[in-house]
Design a protein around this ligand. Structure first.
Ligand SMILES: [Zn+2]
Length: 80
């Protein structure tokens, strides 16, 4: 995980309110070395998911969550 990647995602996708890690809501979902962290917005109560690794297939975090290929897992498989 890189701090700039995490910081770039800390905004509600519904209303643009800044999110905080204390807004953790539900359960962390693991994808190998990557994680999906749900954060509940204090403004609109919507849930925004933040990720601990970039997605190799797209930089769009709204992509279908089932078909993600995270860089952290790809690098592990390639031995980088
Ligand atoms: Zn919001």
């Amino acid at each position: 995980m890189t701090i700039p990647l995490l910081v770039s995602q800390m905004m509600c996708h519904n209303c643009a309110t800044l999110l905080h890690l204390k807004d953790f809501y539900g359960e962390e979902r693991r994808y190998g070395l990557a994680s999906e962290i749900p954060l509940r917005c204090a403004g609109c109560l919507g849930v925004t998911y933040v990720y601990t690794s970039n997605d190799s297939t797209t930089k769009n975090f709204e992509k279908d969550r089932r078909s993600r290929v995270f860089d952290a897992n790809s690098k592990l498989a390639m031995g980088i």
